[in-house]
Design a protein around this ligand. Sequence first.
Ligand code: 3PY
Ligand code: MG
Length: 256
Amino acid sequence: ASISLVSVLRSRGSCLTAWLASPEPLIAESAARAGFDCVTLDMQHGLHDPGSIMRGIGAIALGGVPAIVRIPVGDFAMASRALDMGASAIIAPMINSVEDARAFAAATKYQPLGERSWGPVRAMQLAGATDGAAFLRNTNAETLTFAMIETRAALAALDDILAVPGIDAVFIGPSDLSIALSDGADVNPMRPDNQAAAADVLARARRAGKLVGIFAITGEQGRLYRSLGYDFIALGTDGMYFHLGASTMLAEARAG
Ligand code: 3PY
Ligand code: MG
């Protein structure tokens, strides 16, 4: 039986997720076994397609941690499918209005919160569930929705987005947000205006009783966000893990 992100958050308080662009299930399984609390498969900028999401979720379950999927912009049908495949949470990029947030919630939550259609065959198998009615009753609370806040429009609509009942969490995209706040002049998550905006999102989400996530590009940023109390922190990408591991080993081998 798979474990859910909700249960990981309950037991650990916060979590660090791997973030994978590569559509190869062996990489997803390796990430799950590397010590991350959960593994995210990225369909927005990563190379995943529905087939690699289906195989990747199985590989992550084999590694014993929850699987999360970032869908392409506006592809809420894919959000429903990823949940049916057994994703424990969905991250939707570029949620810029309350209408975007409502459409996201509609696709990911069963009634009365949303309009998700029934057919969670793989999700029930992974959860070891056989009673459909019990699964229906538990699933809205057990599968999390992260609305990405990464534009000026999203900041302006934040309180309305946070008030949508089927939205469990916001996830700050600090790179896109820094492009927006610098009017296209810069991409730098650590810009002071960007960090101030992120702190404001964190505080407002806390007041609304919602979870908050953010993307960290370095281990140091991950530590900063842990100290600030974020619930869900994405830590680098598979490309970075590969590059960092290879460059460290090569430097060791070539030293002296
Ligand atoms: C961003 O920083 O814009 C992201 O989408 C991070 O995943
Ligand atoms: Mg982004």
